[in-house]
Design a binder for this molecule. Structure first.
Ligand code: ATP
Length: 255
């Protein structure tokens, strides 16, 4: 693998890309997962690669909703396992009743095993979804398959990097939906009761931090609509900001 220098201005992003390329080699993610990552990176660039204040508020509300839920379940696909196994483990340590279910768009028994192994080696002992036993209405094929003990009986689903159809079907099936998706325009973000527009590892860390602290009365969060418009407005402002000219190599005006 190419040596990456921590002094490179895009070191973090390069490291994540190298990690995903390795995950592709192990069969943890599929090539389409690289495209999803690229889309996410673009929106994060627009956002300023930081957690905006409204997303931070949404993350605190998400922690309170998880605590208040009867059976909260986090849905994990290949990209989520590859990017954030350690953060998921921290979240589960902070709140052990939170279930974790493997849900793959491109499902094969071998891939499910690789995802389960990745989660287990991070410390998540008993993920759901190894042998799905139920279905979500309104979806075709494998995407409908869920574990009856997990998402099948959940009242709250935390769905990072989800496919829009599935997010809509889960909402239609009566689940309370908290999404994590950098794209405020995606159908997933639009389907969520609480859309968190933030990068996956930043969002999970912030939710875990809130769950590690004392329980507080559920804060009144901004509406889903307000969260999405704030993220869009932030991106629009960043896009319209005129960048300072790069000083290096600028030719001098002739005297
Ligand atoms: P829709 O929800 O509109 O159906 P989609 O299913 O077509 O969208 P995908 O590209 O399949 O979208 O899903 C990936 C989504 O996850 C994208 O919206 C992308 O912005 C987002 N995403 C990718 N990587 C990250 C990340 N690291 N953190 C947060 N969001 C991410």
């Amino acid at each position: 693998m190419t040596q990456l220098s921590p002094s490179h201005p895009r070191y973090r992003s390069l490291r994540v890309r190298a990690g995903l390329a390795a995950a592709l080699g192990k069969g943890l993610i599929v090539p389409e997962g690289l495209i999803a990552q690229g889309r996410g990176e673009t929106f994060d660039y627009f956002l300023g690669e930081r957690t905006i204040p409204s997303a931070r508020r949404a993350e605190r509300v998400a922690a309170a909703w998880i605590r208040a839920a009867r059976h909260p379940v986090l849905s994990v696909n290949g990209n989520v396992a590859a990017l954030a196994a350690a953060e998921i483990a921290r979240l589960v340590r902070a709140y052990p009743p939170l279930g974790v279910e493997i849900n793959l768009f491109h499902r094969s028994p071998a891939r499910v095993r690789v995802v389960a192994r990745t989660l287990r080696s991070a410390g998540i002992r008993r993920p759901y979804g190894l042998r799905p036993t139920g279905r979500i209405a309104g979806l075709d094929s494998d995407r409908a398959r869920v574990d009856r003990r997990g998402i099948g009986s959940a009242d709250l689903c935390l769905i990072p990097l989800e496919d829009g159809d599935r997010a809509e079907a889960l909402r239609g099936a009566g689940r309370r939906i908290v999404s994590i998706d950098l794209n405020p325009l995606s159908r997933t973000s639009r389907a969520a009761h609480l859309p968190i527009v933030d990068e996956l590892t930043r969002a999970l860390t912030e939710i875990a931090r809130a769950l590690e602290g004392p329980a507080r009365p559920s804060p009144r969060g901004p509406s889903a609509r307000a969260l999405l418009s704030d993220a869009q407005a932030t991106m629009a402002r960043n896009l319209l900001r005129v960048p300072r000219p790069v000083p290096r190599g600028t030719p001098r005006r002739p005297r």
